[in-house]
Ligand binder design. Structure first.
Ligand code: IPM
Ligand code: MG
Length: 351
């Protein structure tokens, strides 16, 4: 059966890195069918919205969506619902991809590229499971208002339901069972009601169906500290939307460059997954052809594994990226000189 992948290159360096991922996909999975659509600022400029209803429908009808990046300074003044980021948030919500998997593993040849000492990150392999479709990102009410005294204020709501916590914790447990079995759940249960609730619900789920899983709880601030002090103590880190956003960026740098980090966002079994690099649109280097395509290519590998039923091809692709790095392939973020295209060529050659 042919599988369809919808490419949403988006803004900034998005189109550059997605183009390389497409070349690699054509080589590794020649039967894949590609479609392309608009998301983010480019969609706003072209279609008047950060993602159109038609694009959302095509995303739902595909087997997987590969997204580049959204956002840029030219749209920073857009009204909230027309901001490029809203295209991405709506896509996540509509696809109901509640479990965001962000692996942070260190390719051996990149041990020296991290800002941390090599012995701290050698062999690092951790997995964030970030809740992606609820929490403070989506909670209502929210807004910017003016109180009775005329002072302006901004606020939002951090809200999680029991089923929202349970379904993402279940994914974390499942993934941990295929690894070391250890899950650290990070929240701020010391100050946030939603954090205390998160801890209670994760604990309850663990008691009910946590067989084979060793669960620990950690405050999100302490988790940030431990991630840069001794990152290898962690295996699977489970967290809500906002803490997952922040902690996964920190973890990204452990691996040498945020240009190396892929992600998969999964919903119900059989529903299309959304795959995107963790880095953003990087407007400062957009259009120069120097962005690192590895995170997008590794996101494609995750799509092959989780949505397209091509685990063998996913393994080959990850090995090819490792091989290219071993042979010295480096974009600028990794301390090299290669262009985006040359990095793609190096990975294709390694394939
Ligand atoms: C990410 C990004 C997004 C987020 C932005 C672009 C909306 O930072 O995927 O980590 O905050 O989730
Ligand atoms: Mg982020």
């Amino acid at each position: 059966m042919t599988k369809t992948i919808l490419l949403l290159p988006g803004d900034g360096i998005g189109p550059e890195v997605v183009a390389e991922a497409q070349r690699v996909a054509e080589a590794v999975a020649p039967d894949l069918v590609f479609e392309e659509g608009l998301v983010g600022g480019i969609a706003y400029d072209t279609e008047g919205d950060a993602i159109s209803a038609a694009t959302l429908a095509r995303a739902k009808a595909s087997d997987a969506v590969l997204l580049g990046a959204v956002g840029g300074p030219q749209w920073a003044g857009n009204p909230r619902d027309k901001r490029p980021e809203m295209g991405l948030l709506r896509l996540r919500k509509e696809l109901d991809v509640f479990a965001n998997l962000r692996p942070a593993y260190c390719f051996a040849p990149l041990v020296g590229a991290s800002s941390l000492k090599p012995e701290l990150i050698e062999g690092l392999d951790l997995m964030f499971v970030r809740e992606l479709t609820s929490g403070v990102y989506f909670g209502e009410p929210r807004g910017i208002g003016t109180d009775a005294s005329g002072e302006r204020f901004g606020y939002e709501t951090s809200r999680y339901t029991a089923s929202e916590v349970a379904r993402v914790a279940r994914v974390a447990f499942e993934i941990a069972r295929g690894r070391s079995g250890r899950v650290a759940s990070a929240e701020k249960s010391n100050v946030m009601e939603s954090g205390l609730f998160w801890r209670q619900e994760v604990t309850a789920l663990h008691e009910a169906e946590g067989e084979g899983v060793e669960l620990s709880h950690i405050l999100a601030d302490a988790c940030a500290m431990e991630l840069v002090r001794a990152p290898k103590q962690f295996d699977v880190i489970l967290c809500g939307n906002l803490f997952g956003d922040i902690l996964s960026d920190a973890a990204a740098m452990l691996t040498g460059s945020i240009g190396m980090l892929p992600s998969a966002s999964l919903g119900a079994a059989g529903a299309p997954g959304l795959y995107e690099p963790v880095h953003g649109s990087a407007p400062d280097i957009a259009g120069q052809g120097i962005a690192n395509p590895c995170a997008t290519i590794l996101s494609l590998a995750m799509a092959l594994r989780w949505s397209l039923d091509m685990a063998a091809q996913a393994d080959r692709l990850k090995l090819a990226v490792g091989r290219a790095l071993e042979q010295g392939a480096r974009t600028r973020d990794l301390g090299g000189e290669m262009t985006t295209r040359q990095m793609g060529d190096a990975i294709l050659a390694a394939l």
